[in-house]
Ligand binder design. Structure first.
Ligand SMILES: [Zn+2]
Length: 72
């Protein structure tokens, strides 16, 4: 294999690794939480998302959800 071919292969592998890392990061972001409330669709406050990155509901909906969970 020529040096040039080796370089191309290394580039392809590096690209593939980068894409895998990006996909993994995107997946983690999706699992981590939501930008908008799952229940009412309102934008979740940045401060709340910073405090609880896994938050998928706005504060009022989370309170309602937790109250409903307790009531069971
Ligand atoms: Zn909500």
């Amino acid at each position: 294999m020529s040096d040039e071919a080796n370089f191309d292969l290394a580039e392809i592998l590096a690209d593939r690794e980068r894409q895998t890392a990006i996909d993994a990061a995107k997946g983690a972001l999706k699992r981590a939480g939501s930008e908008f409330c799952d229940d009412c669709g309102v934008a979740i406050l940045a401060s709340r998302r910073q405090a609880i990155p896994s938050a998928r509901r706005c504060t009022p909906c989370q309170n309602t959800h937790e109250a409903a969970e307790k009531a069971r």
